[in-house]
Design a protein around this ligand. Structure first.
Ligand code: GLV
Ligand code: MN
Ligand code: MN
Length: 437
């Protein structure tokens, strides 16, 4: 039987394993308690979770996570981009590392498992392997990325882009909603932006990256499976779109109106139509109306577009059709539009080797050989890390597939299965590594 975990719910306990490491049931209960603890570190006063990059809450969760990493027997450090890192040496010191991890930042009004679960499962696996006395033929590292969501500065994956060495210096000029630049935020956090390149890892230092994450659509949930293997992560682009009309008195007759909000409404529906007909997913999640008054025709509207597809070419072709639809709508209404790209991430594919390792890991659980494969329409740190090493991802069932919402929920049994599967995947890679050495 599985029990859905809710904030403050009592955790179950399990028997310790024969190695002295906590059983995966005990470890899962502890992970859920830790998710509750991390959820209290929020910048909001309405009880909802929001924790953004380089904030005081980011410092607090890095400190807590570093403590748990130390308890797990790992050596810890915070890198120059604010990612919280840890390492256990392999059979000899200085070997290349298998990297495990995910992120600790959140969207506004977030759930408590997106990203966080993956970090805590990684720590639990590193602890269990250490406690079992297993000496791996490689080092094991855990990374808790500081920014995957892009909530504060609009550009996502800042933590993992620092680690993969693709950080763009101009990002330091990005400003948050309060006007604080990314460079200023670094200094306030106690980090030197000039040292950012020291966070970059070299491909030769890494053997691969494994990330556990909740699913963010009800695929496993609907098919009654606890775990699934990700095949690839959809490519995404984000654009800021501005439609300009002419502000004026609400009593202006129809023929003389150039209403930017009416144009934006038409454009948003056109975006939906194009995306649906081309197999893409599109979200307009932020919209601002100027001058934003009840008796003034909207003169300008700014809105965001997040566009995702399994293949980059398919996504870019969809964007070309959206641009044409925007042009048609604006021309008919006497409006103009401009667009600025704020984010782009190429689709990333999980490597056959790491997918096979995840399948071997799932075979260590009650799910056995039943390992469904899924495409991720959500972005993940893995898509950045793919620039420097092979990636593999394991999805964990999430109640109703709901994510980016306070209702995100997982069961203790599924978390225990994820621990067993990730540990099994690491051990399968170790066995393969020894065999090919
Ligand atoms: C992150 O969760 C994203 O997919 O935007
Ligand atoms: Mn997310
Ligand atoms: Mn995430």
């Amino acid at each position: 039987m599985t029990t859905e975990h809710q904030a403050g719910a009592p955790s179950s306990t399990g028997a310790p394993s024969s190695t002295g490491a906590p059983s995966s049931t005990v470890a899962a209960a502890r992970i859920l308690e830790r998710c509750d603890v991390l959820a209290t570190h929020t910048s909001r006063s309405d009880g909802l979770i929001e924790r953004v990059y380089l904030s005081p809450e980011h410092t607090a969760v890095n400190t807590l996570t570093a403590g748990w990493m130390t308890e797990a027997g790992l050596d810890t450090w915070q890198d120059a981009a604010g990612n919280q890192c840890a390492r256990r040496e392999g059979v000899t010191a200085g070997l290349p590392a298998l990297l495990l991890g995910s992120h600790l930042d959140t969207v506004p009004a977030a759930g408590r498992y997106d990203g966080i679960l993956g970090v805590l499962v990684a720590i639990a696996v590193a602890e269990r392997i250490g406690a079992s006395g297993t000496e791996l033929p490689f080092a094991l590292e855990v990374v808790a990325f500081g920014d995957e969501e892009g909530t504060r500065f609009g550009t996502t994956l800042l933590g993992s882009r620092a680690l993969d060495g693709t950080w763009q210096p101009e990002w330091l000029k990005l400003r948050d909603a309060q006007g604080v630049s990314l460079a200023e935020a670094f200094t306030a956090f106690g980090l030197d932006p000039a040292a950012l390149d020291t966070a970059a890892r070299r491909p030769a230092e890494l053997l691969g990256y494994l990330e556990v994450h909740i699913e963010q659509a009800p695929v496993l949930f609907d098919s009654h499976r606890a775990l699934g293997i990700v095949t690839s992560i959809a490519g995404a682009v984000r654009r800021q779109i501005t439609i300009e009309g002419h502000a004026g008195h609400a009593g202006t007759p129809w023929h003389a109106r150039r209403d930017a909000l009416a144009g934006a409404s038409e454009a948003i529906l056109a975006i939906e139509t194009v995306a649906r007909s081309t197999g893409l997913i599109a979200t307009v999640g932020h919209l601002q109306v100027f001058p934003d008054a009840v008796n003034v025709i909207p003169g300008r509207v700014e809105f965001s577009l997040d566009l995702r597809g399994e293949h980059d070419a398919q996504r870019d072709a969809g964007w070309a059709r959206i641009t044409a639809a925007l042009g048609t709508a604006c021309e008919r209404r006497g409006l103009t539009f401009t667009t600025v790209q704020t984010h782009t991430a190429a689709a990333a594919h999980c490597s056959p080797r790491l997918r096979a390792a995840m399948a071997a890991g799932i075979r260590c659980t009650a799910q056995g050989a039943d390992a469904p494969e899924l495409l991720s329409m959500a972005g993940h740190d893995a898509m950045a890390v793919a620039a420097i090493t092979e990636i593999g991802m394991l999805f964990v069932r999430c109640t109703n597939g709901v994510s980016h919402h306070p209702d995100e929920a997982v069961t203790e049994a599924d978390v225990a299965a994820a621990i067993d599967a990730l540990e099994g995947a690491v051990l399968a890679l170790a066995a393969e590594y020894v065999q090919h050495a």
